[in-house]
Design a protein around this ligand. Structure first.
Ligand code: GDP
Length: 361
């Protein structure tokens, strides 16, 4: 888009997409569960909403969870969208226009276990895709002599620890900082980092006691606001663009696509082009589905139908002919564009994905 173009629409800031990576058992799922489960009821805060494949945490809720560390008046990004499937395998298959689908990542490292093979693999992928990230140094509650401070920011938690517990933890955190350095990254305790583009912030956390979770959310929000605002400015009414998380058979709908939309809007009735196993699939959106809140297991209606969805969001797309669609493939709404251009765009992106996958293999 040229500068003159961008002045003709009113750009909207979308939610940054957050992915969680790290070695098995280091606490990725627990950390995500903590963020997703800490729903704030009542008050002015918007609820955490379950999307397909992702969880949206609005700014007000981030701010309630982060306390004094996030003042909503300092931010104009609308919150954070967490991809629900943790792990670098899903991260590396999920791309958007050549880059990573996630705008920012949390690398989870168990303070006792330090860097493990999958930690290193994750760092290599983050490096290659140029994805900004922070390190969540997890399981700080397992430090010998730790005096847990449920849900508190890390400074407050530190103050409540004995000198001995504090230095035991610091020792482990310095090991992580050392290992980061061996991987070619300069990093430090996040509160000492001045320039997050040069230094990676290390945030001590516990997914068990929620200590440091306020800091983690504060750093994610701060980083996004400071360094990614331009990328988050989208023409929200424009034709939607997204990435397929999964192709799933659903009773009553046939093959459906679980998609994360990172640009524009998708509407019921839209013609879309989707990357397929053999060739791009051109089809028309029959229904857009979102999880029904508190749906009981085994109820027939697990989904709500909606007329349109705007980025960033997770959504299930029901449409004919989706059997050969592929996880990781691009989805594009055609809208008022030339369909052949959109097909060419999808083909080019598919070729790019295949080349990179081969390099990885
Ligand atoms: P994942 O494989 O990275 O998703 O790891 P999980 O979230 O499944 O966690 C692996 C194990 O570590 C589980 O038994 C968790 O209960 C435990 N765990 C995760 N985070 C913490 C933490 O902060 N403190 C403690 N003590 N245990 C944790």
């Amino acid at each position: 888009m040229s500068d003159t173009d961008s002045q003709t629409h009113t750009d909207t800031l979308r939610t940054p997409i957050v992915a969680v990576l790290g070695h098995v058992d280091h606490g990725k799922t627990s950390l995500l569960d903590k963020v997703r489960g800490s729903d704030v009821t009542g008050g002015e805060a918007g609820a955490i909403t379950q999307h397909i494949g992702a969880t949206a945490v609005p700014l007000d809720t981030v701010s309630q969870m982060a306390g004094a560390l996030v003042n909503p008046d300092d931010f104009d990004l609308p919150g954070l969208l967490f991809i629900d499937t943790p792990g670098h395998h899903s991260f590396s298959t999920l791309r958007s226009r050549g880059g990573a689908l996630a705008d920012i990542a949390i690398l989870v490292v168990d303070v006792n276990d330090g860097f493990q093979p999958q930690t290193k693999e994750a760092i290599d992928i983050l490096k290659r895709t140029g994805t900004p990230f922070i390190v969540a140094a997890n399981k700080i509650d397992t430090t010998p002599g730790w005096n847990p401070q449920e849900g508190e920011p890390i400074q407050k938690s530190y103050e409540a620890q004995s000198q001995r517990a504090r230095s035991k933890l610091d020792e482990k955190l310095y090991e992580i900082i050392g290992e980061m350095s061996e991987m070619g990254f300069s990093s430090d305790f996040y509160w000492r980092v001045q320039n997050f583009q040069k230094n990676i912030g290390v945030v001590p956390v516990s997914a068990l006691t929620s200590e440091g979770i306020p800091d983690l959310l504060g750093v994610l929000m701060g980083l996004s606001q400071r360094y990614m605002k331009d990328e988050m400015a989208i023409d929200v009414a424009g034709p939607g663009a997204g990435t397929v998380l999964e192709v799933k058979e659903e009773r009553g709908f046939g093959a459906t696509l679980d998609v994360v939309l990172y640009d524009g809007t998708i509407r019921k009735g839209d013609t879309i082009v989707v990357g397929g196993a053999n060739e791009p699939i051109v089809t028309e959106v029959r229904a857009l589905l979102q999880p029904r809140p508190n749906a009981e297991i085994r109820t027939e209606k697990r989904f709500n139908k909606v007329d349109e969805v705007a980025a960033a969001a997770g959504v299930k797309i029901a449409a004919p002919d989706l059997e050969n669609a592929m996880a990781g493939a691009p989805v594009r709404v055609v809208r008022d564009r030339d369909i052949d251009d959109v097909i060419a765009e999808v083909q080019a992106e598919l070729a790019d994905i295949e080349v990179t996958t081969e390099e990885e293999g």
